[in-house]
Write a protein that binds this ligand. Structure first.
Ligand code: HEM
Length: 208
């Protein structure tokens, strides 16, 4: 869970950086050029397959672990709320919120980019799929924006526990650095989902 989680954390940073280009006031050019590069560069395409595998291992392993834990302790823990956080006790439900988001998200954008009939635009004589228009159309719907915002709150709590837990599981924690890991983990868990959520909110507001 920890190793795959850390890889997914890196993916989130890269994905966020690319998606922030949606906010540029250029009619989507920078974003469309970026998206086409990401889906055609052979090295990035190979990394994408690794990413899909990582997501699958992370999800399947989470299910196996929770079934195993339930079997090992059918009565359940008498949760000590003082020594565990709300996030750590609810990783299953938080992960499920992120998974439902991911299924809808991939259908709306990733599937459309690869197999949908997206119109094309030309920049400097070269043709590009207008993925920006697909995203812009989706974020014109208030309920899709609301779905993204709620999902990003789920992601925030999921990352809050996941980031620190990954370091602990991999034995990368040390009394000297624990406060730093907690600080960086908390900042990451709050800032990254907040920026992801800001994209649909700002694109929605820009239209109205
Ligand atoms: C406002 C927030 C987000 C926007 C606007 C956005 C946008 C997009 C778009 C346009 C694509 C299709 C591009 C392509 O196939 O190359 C995509 C793919 C994807 N997104 Fe997002 N995304 C957001 C948040 C997230 C989050 C929070 C996650 C994970 C929890 C995520 C996971 C993915 C994955 C796994 C793919 C497929 C990547 C690949 O094929 O390499 N996205 N996203």
């Amino acid at each position: 869970m920890a190793a795959t989680g850390l890889f997914l954390i890196i993916f989130l940073l890269v994905h966020l950086t690319g998606n922030l280009q949606l906010l540029k006031d250029d009619g989507g050019e920078a974003f469309n050029v970026y998206a086409q590069f990401m889906t055609s560069n052979p090295l990035i395409k190979t990394t994408s397959y690794l990413l899909y595998a990582t997501f699958l291992v992370h999800i399947i392993w989470a299910v196996i672990l929770s079934v195993y834990n339930r079997k090992a302790r059918p009565v359940g823990y008498a949760h000590n709320k003082a020594s565990s956080t709300w996030s750590s006790r609810n990783m299953g439900i938080l992960g499920t919120i992120v998974l439902i988001f991911l299924i809808i998200h991939l259908k709306n954008f990733w599937y459309e980019m690869h197999w949908g009939g997206i119109p094309t635009v030309a920049y400097e004589g070269e043709s590009y799929k207008d993925l920006y228009a697909v995203v812009d159309k989706a974020f014109a719907e208030w309920w899709i924006v609301a779905l993204y915002v709620v999902s990003m709150i789920g992601l925030m709590f999921h990352l809050y526990h996941g980031f620190q837990s990954a370091f602990q599981t991999l034995g990368l924690n040390h009394p000297k650095y624990n406060a730093l890991i907690k600080g960086v983990g908390t900042a990451f868990a709050v800032i990254v989902p907040a920026l992801f959520a800001a994209i649909p909110i700002l694109m929605f507001l820009e239209r109205s």
